[in-house]
Design a protein around this ligand. Sequence first.
Ligand code: TRP
Length: 334
Amino acid sequence: MKKISLTGIKPTGTPHLGNYLGAIRPALALSETYETVYFIADYHALTTVHNGLEMHDNIHKVAATWLALGLDPEKGLFYKQSDIPEIFELSWALSCFTPKGFMNRAHAYKDKVAKSLATGEDADSNVNMGLFCYPCLMDADILMFNADIVPVGKDQKQHVEFARDVALRFNKQFGKAIFTVPEAIIQENTDVIPGLDGRKMSKSYDNYIDIFLDSKSLKKKIGKIVTNSQEMDEPKDPEICNVFKLYKLFASQEQSDALAARYRAGGMGWGHAKAELQSVLEEHLGVARDRYFDLIAHPEKIDSILRAGAEKARPIARENMDRIREVLGVGKSY
Ligand code: TRP
């Protein structure tokens, strides 16, 4: 039997090319070797998004993005967290097995507290209980579907460690392997994806490129990538060039070698290099872009995919929750 890989996608804004290369593409590649579970973690987003229209919009955009990029809803599971109420039930049960001290040490919570203290505010003034309990909900996400591996960025590693801990605690308490003990798979290379200014591509630096832009907007964005002031005739070093660094992440080895040779030979200007980047991006993402805009124009298609996904996931969650209820002694639900 294939092992299970589970990925939660928080709908808090449109993902950019850095997210695509660092998180989405590697997570989708796992569907070759694992049974996959992908879900939209909308109730995690609720810790910060308190506007219904924005939430609704984010869910559709993020679902359309993953679907357009190749998530196959027929294979494995793809659902919206809020559609599986058993996850919230499990979250409560797990919170009763989680030492509060662990939550006090959670990075996201500690960062908020540190920020508040630095500005002279009360330690907990910017912390809602959802944020404090965020890791328990994540434990439930992971343990409900018996994930073997959880591909995440470095910032989420601690959360998966909490899930491991609570799974072990629970299994030990009841003397049987109720939960699979999950393992984090850390995506390390996310720092190397350069943004327009050469720093790590990130929303907070405002140096990002959206995944799906029409050709004209994409050209404008690429135009903003910072290069040096070398003249057209001069030979150039591809390895220090932000345009080339991005190009390499999408192009084949042969394409990269060929463009690197043109850099070194001289006679190629920055405009040419940028046109090459545009063409490789169009080649790589053009079809996905069409699919994305089609889904966004027909949100009912997204809703029906998510509904079918919930129908597939819910019986699994119910069955697992019943087993858990049994060992807890509260009995099966009716
Ligand atoms: N907390 C994750 C993030 O911010 C999203 C997430 C929620 C998640 N539940 C999960 C990731 C379960 C992996 C497994 O990106």
